[in-house]
Design a protein around this ligand. Structure first.
Ligand SMILES: Cc1cc2nc3c(=O)[nH]c(=O)nc-3n(C[C@H](O)[C@H](O)[C@H](O)COP(=O)(O)OP(=O)(O)OC[C@H]3O[C@@H](n4cnc5c(N)ncnc54)[C@H](O)[C@@H]3O)c2cc1C
Length: 381
């Protein structure tokens, strides 16, 4: 039985901004035994198209989904779990937590120190530029969400300042192919969780600076500066109505550039012997991220210059309904490759759960097969 508090593909129906398209190409929008069959495999699906895809897959797989059924509590019982929903209580021998990795926005505590006149939004509240009061916007966070919203707001004519912390730089295409083709086909994306050097770090890695547009445009920090987005460092404090930003943008940029360089080196090395890479264009290298000459270290939030702040500072899961002591102090589920520390309890869809692509649509098939094998073994034991 699959319990869903909203409609099928709820997150894609109600938790995304209007213009959002997948950052993964459509040919990667495949589900088990359900390849993408639309007209534009190299394009990027809109949220509505993703919702439609998931709904069609649910029908195809005959998934026994009960929609509008919110789980308000799940606790251990003698022989499994007692799951309380708005529609009654269900007893289950096993429970698979697939409630998502991004149920709520992460907003730093210093948001409470922002002066009252400034409108604050998270990526969950944001829908389009018209929603924000006229004037300049501070976007905090430069991963996929932050760079996309900064570009959209700037293109709508808003002055935009983007606060940048640690980030993952990627070009949209490399050697004539989508960069995610390289990630997938070279095997980087399917690296297993037990082969990753620093798993905790890999699980905290921010999303890549990518956007899905018909032009297949790169949206790195150079592209944003070309749009006239002002870059500042990480938002370190709000004091006396002033936003204070860390220095060291140059170091952050060098680190992201270096990691990109290493990734591309790895692709090139793989391509030397890989049949799949035959016919790819010649290796390319990208200009280093340009550091602004003297980035601002503070911004007076009471001056009236900035009218709104968009917090693009990440997302977190929400396990308030899970009354089993398996969630750590930071709110993350304790598990080993999706096997949670409680008999008969499993998870899917969390960062690097069993592979680097565990939170992406194309990553679910392999993870699901392996986790369900464990679950099946538990039931049969
Ligand atoms: C902004 C953004 C952009 C993304 N872009 C991409 C992309 O380009 N490509 C890609 O492959 N992936 C992308 N992802 C990741 C994407 O979320 C996953 O690929 C996919 O949606 C994960 O599916 P899921 O079922 O694991 O989680 P979710 O889609 O979050 O689904 C979890 C479901 O559980 C339900 N639920 C939660 N709690 C309860 C409860 N207590 N009771 C009942 N139901 C509950 C929710 O309503 C929701 O429908 C993006 C994510 C975000 C946030």
């Amino acid at each position: 039985m699959v319990l869903e508090r909203g409609e099928i593909a709820n997150s894609w129906r109600s938790e995304r901004w209007d213009s959002l398209r997948l950052l993964t190409p459509s040919w990667q929008a495949r589900l088990p035994d359900f390849p993408y069959d639309g007209p534009d495999p190299d394009g990027y699906l809109t949220s509505a198209e993703v919702a439609d895809l998931v709904a069609r897959f649910a029908a195809h797989a005959r998934a026994p989904v009960r929609t509008q059924t919110e789980v308000t509590s799940a606790r251990r019982s003698d022989d499994g779990y007692e799951v309380t929903t708005g529609e009654g209580t269900i007893r289950a021998r096993t429970l698979l937590v697939a409630s998502g990795a991004c149920n709520a926005p992460v907003v730093p505590a210093l948001a409470s120190l922002v002066p009252a006149g400034i409108e604050q939004l998270t990526a969950f509240d944001y829908r389009n530029p018209a929603q924000l009061p006229d004037g300049a916007v501070l976007v905090v966070g430069a991963s996929a969400t932050g760079v996309q919203l900064a570009a959209e707001l700037r293109q709508a004519g808003r002055p935009v300042t983007l606060s940048v912390g640690e980030h993952v730089r990627l070009p949209r295409t490399y050697r004539g192919r989508d960069v995610l083709w390289w990630m997938e086909t070279s095997g980087v994306w399917s690296q297993r969780y037990d082969e990753v050097d620093d798993l905790q770090r890999a699980r905290r890695l921010p999303s890549p600076q990518l956007v899905g547009t018909p032009e297949r445009a790169t949206l790195d920090l150079n592209a944003l500066q070309a749009l006239d987005v002002e870059l500042v460092g990480r938002l370190a404090a709000v004091r006396d109505g002033r936003a204070l930003f860390s220095g060291g943008l140059r170091n952050l940029f060098s680190l992201a550039d270096l990691k990109l360089q290493r990734l591309l080196d790895g692709f090139d090395e793989w391509a030397l012997t890989a049949e799949a890479a035959a016919g790819a264009d010649a290796p390319e290298r990208f200009a280093p991220t340009e550091a602004p000459a003297s980035p601002r270290l503070e911004l007076d939030l009471r001056s009236g210059e900035i009218r709104s702040i968009v917090w693009a500072t990440g997302y977190r899961p929400d396990y308030r309904w899970l009354d089993v002591p398996v969630v750590d102090a930071k709110g993350h589920l304790r598990h080993d490759g999706g096997v949670v520390e409680s008999p008969g309890l499993y998870a899917l869809g969390l960062p690097v759960l069993r592979r680097r692509n565990s939170t992406f649509i194309c990553g679910i098939e392999d993870d699901a097969r392996e986790v369900v094998e464990r679950l099946d073994g538990f039931i049969r034991a």
